[in-house]
Design a protein around this ligand. Sequence first.
Ligand code: ZN
Length: 243
Amino acid sequence: MTSFSRQRRRIATWLAAVAALVGFVTVGPAAPTASAATPCSNGYVAISFDDGPSAMTPQYVQALHDAGYVKATFFLTGAHAQDYPQYVNQIAANGNWIGNHSYSHPFLDEVGEPNAFNELLGTNQILQSMTGHAPTLFRPPYGRTNAQIRQDATSLGMTEVLWTNDTFDYNGVTTQEIVDNALQVKPGGIILMHEGYETTLAAIPQIINGLAERGLCAGKIVPSATPVTAWEGTTYYAVAAHW
Ligand code: ZN
């Protein structure tokens, strides 16, 4: 074989490789996108639990873990954190986020200042001493808030978080009703649940499966520039995003 024919053969091989590459790029993925089944293709929603830690915290943490290492945000009261300090660490050790839910769970818009501020400050100090991190998220009990309380949270480095979807799990509804309420959530939304209920615990795997079927993943709550409308026209500036 002459050097000229070897060179032609190399060029032919190279052209074939380019043609194959171009063909591959042009054709693209073989199958059409099945968006509903693609993980996280439709975005993120936040799963949140208020009022803990409780005697049931280990079961909640385990249910999230068993559902595929799913993470949630736990809004804890300072008083309950003092009752169950070991569970505060268990929540954090499993990668979940911890937020401030006041110290004694009062109507913050009725206790006045400096009581409201001290409810937030004291809980931040307790949670920071237990986890090593100051909370960056705050949820007012009952969603009862006002401009002064929002300012208190801001001055302590926290974003106020309400919710888009109340499961009413605290109101004696069934597990199926909790699941149905939770799955009304839209991308970016925040699901409100509570610690201490067997019905809520049983709903966790069904909610996570239902979200996955819609291409939604459990996300982290982050500040947002866009206001979100919560109950009775209240607004907050937070959204669920990639963890
Ligand atoms: Zn609460």
